[in-house]
Design a protein around this ligand. Structure first.
Ligand code: ATP
Ligand code: MG
Length: 392
């Protein structure tokens, strides 16, 4: 009997001739995390599944480590701690007996699937044989087809069969990297880390840019962004954070722009710098944590005026239709919430106007902007970028 983890994916199975690429990326992502976490296991593709070879049937701390690895790897629909046996009846019985000793249960069911339809027994017959095995060998157990304590799965694939108890849900989505790369504008708030989560989940490799007003704002507010980025390494172990000192640009805006337009201008410059960097690092899009009408800068009018500062690069706003309450729920689930709510002075809040414009007009904005050299300011922003590598 061999021990391991059987991993199933659903959506990537549908990708036609891209399927190989999706599967291979998932294998690579799992292998990378195994290295980072110093676990012992070998990953391979196997008949539309992924299999991680383990020396033993994982239990205790080791099991928890594998569980958390699989639960944070996008592309995994579900997985199970499994045994691999030859595709013969006697081995199925041996496998089920082994699995039944690995957990506590009263009620159970057996679910067999076969890809080889010419196997001498059909799924129902195998279910009956294995059900009988459990009833005979383990006292006081009862069959229960709906919501049993333990569901024993047997998957017969060619000359091999995989047995495991209970499916454990993965995070779903698509393997990180399969959708290419995008650059996220990350603040120290609640929203942008949640936006990153959703975009990593759809297969994007994400790099980060943060604009800070140090020394006008504290070092802690920058540290907070590092901590948030670090939290997100559980979904992608190697992240890049580009820091952009924004204070000098803000001072020019403060001098030249009427108060109520300040935020619009901050955002226009942030987007321009982000777009330039995005092209440099070969990112295909920008990501923000904006949600419609959450604050003045996120009315549809202001988002339009802000967006017109950049070219055709798409701006992905995965949270656009989310209520704050819904965003907070996810932030708690991915464990960024407690960091996000630590007090900090963001670069936009330090010079916050009393009554920000909620319906900016592009003509007015362009008229004001003609008073300063946009190109020089953006070039200055790009020149002063510094790169930090954040690993899990
Ligand atoms: P919260 O709304 O919880 O304060 P937030 O991250 O949404 O957090 P907002 O002020 O709503 O902050 O900003 C909207 C979006 O603009 C952010 O989601 C983020 O993508 C971007 N952004 C704001 N400030 C910064 C910053 N200092 N550096 C990089 N991006 C920023
Ligand atoms: Mg917000």
């Amino acid at each position: 009997m061999k021990y391991g983890i059987i991993i199933h994916y659903d959506e990537i199975g549908l990708k036609g001739h891209n399927r190989d690429f999706f599967e291979q990326t998932l294998v690579d992502n799992i292998s990378e995390k195994i290295r980072v976490k110093s676990l012992k296991g070998r990953v391979k593709k196997l008949f539309g599944r992924i299999w991680i070879d383990l020396d033993d049937f994982a239990c205790g701390h080791e099991r928890e480590a594998w569980k958390s690895l699989c639960e944070t790897t996008f592309g995994i629909a579900y997985f199970g701690f499994s045994v691999e046996v030859p595709s013969v009846e006697a081995s199925f019985i041996e496998a089920i007996k082994y699995l039944a000793t690995s957990i506590e249960f009263e009620t159970f069911r057996i679910t067999t699937t076969r890809t080889e339809k010419n196997f001498p027994l059909n799924s129902m017959e195998i279910n009956q044989i294995l059900g009988g095995t459990v009833l005979r060998n383990f006292e006081g157990k009862k069959v229960k087809l709906k919501n049993p304590d333990a569901e024993f799965f047997l998957e017969i694939v060619g000359k091999k069969a995989f047995g495991y108890v209970n499916k454990i849900a993965g995070p779903g989505g698509l393997p990180v990297g399969t959708a290419g790369k995008a650059l996220v504008l990350i603040s120290g708030g609640i929203d942008s880390p949640v936006a990153v989560y959703y975009m990593q989940k759809r297969g994007l490799k994400v790099e980060f840019i943060h604009f800070h007003s140090y020394p006008q704002t504290s070092q802690q507010s920058v540290e907070k962004v590092r901590m948030l980025t670090k939290k997100l390494t559980k979904f992608d172990p190697f992240l890049k954070l580009h820091m952009c000192p924004f204070l000098e640009i803000q001072k020019v805006i403060l001098k030249t722009v009427p108060d109520k337009f300040r935020i619009i201008f901050y955002r226009r410059f942030m987007l321009r710098i982000a777009e330039k960097l995005a092209y440099k690092i070969k990112a295909k899009g920008l990501i923000t944590g904006e949600s419609l009408s959450q604050v003045a800068s996120q009315t549809i009018e202001n988002m339009t005026v802000i967006q017109q500062s950049v070219g055709i690069m798409p701006i992905l706003r995965p949270l656009i239709g989310f209520d704050k309450r819904e965003i907070i729920e996810v932030a708690k689930r991915i464990d960024t919430f407690q960091i996000s709510i630590k007090p900090h002075d963001d670069c936009c809040t330090v010079f916050m106007p009393q009554n920000p414009e909620t319906k900016g007009k592009i003509e007015e904005v362009l008229d004001i902007e003609s008073k300063f050299s946009v190109t020089d300011l953006v070039a200055q922003g790009i020149e002063n970028l510094s790169l930090e590598k954040i690993t899990s």
